[in-house]
Design a protein around this ligand. Structure first.
Ligand SMILES: NC(=O)c1ccc[n+]([C@@H]2O[C@H](COP(=O)([O-])OP(=O)(O)OC[C@H]3O[C@@H](n4cnc5c(N)ncnc54)[C@H](O)[C@@H]3O)[C@@H](O)[C@H]2O)c1
Length: 383
């Protein structure tokens, strides 16, 4: 596996006079010796000991501490990721590997990358590496990889739940119950069946396809927009129609689900103008990334009722500050970032991180689909 930064580093230490643009060397990926590995995860506190399979938190540390330490590596794990005096900052200068997670993202900025002189590898425990400045990582010769596919079922199931929660106007009913109220009309005036509604997914990759498959038995009208059209046989099996033009698809939808990564092309994709063209009363589910939406445009459309329901688990930034306007807007069914971190998901992405570290130590390639930045290049959908 190529590591431009490692190559430059090794050449400097060997006193090489060869130009810095020397070919990447796979050998250098597995430079021998003890590595400093830093993991940034969410803290579990009183919940840490309630489930031995709870590996996604600081306390669980992905279940790889003994394995790493038995090989002589150093493993620092923290949730303290922000500000000049945070724990992460103490290790930026000498860490070799940084493991982060989208659920409690350590923002890996260009500035941090420049200071991380020993850094070779950025691993995302989960899917979605937009919290990393990918261009800066590519420029620095770093490898960025995630555990592609690890929690796609977890997210697709959660999206289906959110669709039903919004269609049935569930949250106001739940709130009535805990407040001691009973007002059927207050729920029923805008509760619908899912059957026969038009559902469109923006992005039909792994999660989008799993969602469409799960929606099929509900007898909806299924649409999808993606950079890539599915094979006809799969499209037929899933029963969804391809819409090449996003803006032609969106106004047809009663329910829109976002399933693209956050890239330069999708950032702010749902701005005021685009939201203004959606069906009045549209429902939106977004478990992809908060920054795909214009924050204030969503607040305004939820307040006016143009968006009749907005649900998702992704925010910009994360953790969402106490005054984030999505906490207070009407017609929302938001949660913290939870959909991809079920216990099943955690076990899968922890195993995926362990496998990649093992490959890294042995100088072996990762599964091709895991690479987000490799050899100075971004994966195609991020370009
Ligand atoms: N909330 C969570 O816990 C959670 C968990 C996993 C993933 N996610 C998010 O979901 C995203 C999708 O995950 P996935 O596993 O399905 O990824 P994927 O790579 O399998 O699918 C992404 C799809 O989006 C399409 N796409 C990319 N850019 C596009 C554009 N500009 N226009 C149209 N289509 C575009 C791609 O062609 C691809 O089919 C992740 O990148 C991540 O941001 C969230």
């Amino acid at each position: 596996m190529a590591m431009l930064r490692a190559a430059k580093h090794a050449m400097r230490s060997l006193g090489s006079t060869a130009p810095e643009a020397a070919p990447f060397s796979r050998m250098l990926h597995a430079s021998p010796g003890s590595k400093k590995i830093v993991g940034v995860f969410y803290k579990a506190n009183e919940y840490a000991t309630l489930n031995p399979k709870f590996v996604g938190c600081v306390e669980g540390s992905l279940g790889i501490r003994d394995w790493l330490e038995s090989q002589g590596h150093q493993y620092i794990v923290t949730d303290d990721k922000e500000g000049p005096n945070c724990e992460l900052e103490k290790h930026i200068h000498d860490m070799h590997v940084l493991i982060t997670t989208p659920f409690h993202p350590a923002y890996v900025t260009e500035e941090r990358i420049k200071r991380a002189k020993n850094l070779q590898l950025l691993l995302t425990a989960g899917i979605g590496s937009d919290h990393i400045d990918l261009k800066a990582a590519a420029e620095a010769g770093l490898t960025v990889a995630e555990v592609t596919g690890s929690n796609v079922v977890s997210v697709a199931e959660d999206e289906l739940m959110r669709i039903l929660i919004l269609v049935r106007n569930f949250v106001p009913g739940y709130l009535q119950v805990i407040k001691g109220d009973w007002n059927v009309a207050g729920i029923a005036y805008r509760a619908y069946d899912l059957e026969a509604k038009t559902v469109g997914t923006v992005g039909a990759g792994r999660i989008g396809k799993l969602l469409l498959q799960r929606l099929k038995p509900f007898n909806c009208n299924l649409l999808y927009h993606d950079r890539i059209k599915m094979e006809p046989a799969l499209e037929k099996e899933i029963g969804a129609k391809f819409e090449e033009d996003l803006d032609a698809m969106l106004p047809k939808c009663d329910i829109i689900v976002i399933n693209t990564p956050l890239t330069e092309k999708t950032r702010g994709m749902f701005n005021k103008e685009r939201i203004g063209k959606l069906k009045k009363g549209v429902l939106i589910v977004n478990n992809a990334r908060g920054a795909i939406m214009d924050t204030q445009a969503v607040v305004d459309a939820c307040s006016s009722g143009h968006i009749a329901g907005y649900s998702g688990d992704v925010w910009n930034p994360q953790p969402a500050p106490k005054d984030h306007p999505w906490r207070y807007m009407p017609n929302q069914a938001m949660t913290p970032h939870i959909s991809g971190t079920t216990i099943d998901g955690q076990l899968r992405y922890a195993a995926g991180v362990k496998d990649m570290l093992d490959c890294y130590f042995k100088g072996q390639e990762f599964p091709a689909q895991h690479y987000i930045v490799k050899d100075g290049k971004l994966a195609s959908q991020y370009q």
